[in-house]
Design a protein around this ligand. Structure first.
Ligand SMILES: [Zn+2]
Length: 226
């Protein structure tokens, strides 16, 4: 028996020290990065309402959602895993912060703002556009909202029964918004060589052609994206 205990102790003490530090760093890492980026977005944009970030551990699908009742933004830890950089995490959080702001507005401090869901697709477009503004104000590159969504949001065939519009339409609308309001990010595009961004350029060809037509014709009409 003594021999076994001794062998066990020897095993513990012979473990490389870094094994323990890696574990400590790993626990709480996602919480730290989410909270740093989240509060940076809130403070840079002077968001007047209270928002809380919670990280849900051990999830396979990257996702985030906002609760209308208490301003809590729940972020799946896989968002950090799938995101290429801080800009992409900022894109996901900025979109949710926009929902949190909307939920606070309306009757009885937004108690009834869940009626937003009746008009959910418009709220999604609004949250994407506002996310771009929040990102720019907090010094994040808004192109990362395109790459983040292209990376993690699935594409369905139709959106009639979905709360969110088709991802291709969201991406095209974000692209148009950046083109109109912050074109400098498209000129100095640090994501140019990113395969996910290049994939967006390939898959959005038809939609970008429609935008080009609109610009050429100096039209104010809303572009019908695919
Ligand atoms: Zn949303």
């Amino acid at each position: 028996m003594k021999k076994i205990i001794f062998a066990f102790l020897l095993m513990i003490f012979s473990l490389p020290a870094f094994a323990i530090t890696v574990e400590v760093k790993k626990a709480g890492y996602n919480e730290k990065i989410i909270s740093e980026i989240g509060y940076n977005l809130l403070n840079s944009n002077r968001i007047p309402c209270k928002v809380t970030f919670f990280v849900i551990d051990n999830t396979k699908l990257p996702n985030a959602s906002t609760y209308y009742s208490d301003g809590v933004i729940a972020v799946y830890d896989s968002v950090v895993k799938y995101a290429k950089d801080e800009n992409e995490i900022a894109g996901i959080l900025a979109h949710e912060i926009s929902h949190a702001v909307d939920f606070r507005q309306g009757i009885f401090k937004g108690t009834f703002s869940f009626f937003n869901f009746l008009n959910s697709k418009n709220y999604e477009y609004k949250a994407d556009k506002r996310a771009v503004d929040y990102m720019v104000k907090a010094n994040y590159n808004p192109i990362a909202l395109i790459t983040a969504l292209n990376r993690i949001a699935p594409e369905y065939r139709y959106d009639i029964f979905l709360s969110h519009p088709l991802t291709s339409r969201r991406l095209a609308t974000i692209y148009e918004y950046i083109y109109t309001k912050y074109p400098e990010y498209l000129v100095q595009n640090e994501y140019q060589n990113d395969p996910v961004y290049q994939n967006f350029l390939i898959t959005s060809q038809e939609n970008r052609k429609r935008l080009e037509e609109k610009i050429k014709n100096n039209s104010n009409k809303k572009v019908k994206y695919l």
